[in-house]
Design a protein around this ligand. Structure first.
Ligand code: 5GP
Ligand code: ZN
Length: 110
């Protein structure tokens, strides 16, 4: 845990979130500023800024959980995104995987 980290505060419950999935080492919740309906973030409960800062055992659920959420949401088209470092567009320094549904144009989103 990092005292000033917004995602650690979400894990602790100090900041509210719309939780989608939770286990002992992983949390998934809706993105506060979604790029599409259902945009979800999947994070390890172990704090680390970049993927390379986190021990492997805390990363094992990230992609399976993102996959399960995509499947459960019925998203036929979606992007999985994981940014590391400012130049790579990372804004929150706690590892997170984006699951971003890509709706049909007819649905008027994305
Ligand atoms: P990054 O650019 O670091 O890969 O993405 C960070 C994501 O975290 C952004 O999509 C942003 O909307 C989301 N985010 C930032 N602060 C909060 C928050 O307090 N709650 C939630 N649910 N999402 C947040
Ligand atoms: Zn953190």
């Amino acid at each position: 845990m990092a005292a000033s980290c917004v995602f650690c505060k979400i894990i602790k419950g100090d900041i509210p979130s719309m939780k989608v999935f939770e286990s002992d080492k992983t949390l998934a919740f809706l993105d506060i500023n979604p790029l599409a309906y259902g945009h979800t973030l999947v994070i390890p409960k172990h704090h680390g800024a970049k993927l390379t800062d986190i021990p492997d055992e805390h990363l094992t659920e990230l992609l399976p959980v993102a996959s399960r959420i995509a499947r459960a949401s019925g998203a036929e088209n979606f992007n999985i995104l994981q940014n590391n470092g400012r130049i790579a567009h990372q804004m929150v320094d706690h590892v997170h995987v984006h699951m971003i549904p890509k709706p049909n144009e007819q649905e008027g989103l994305g």
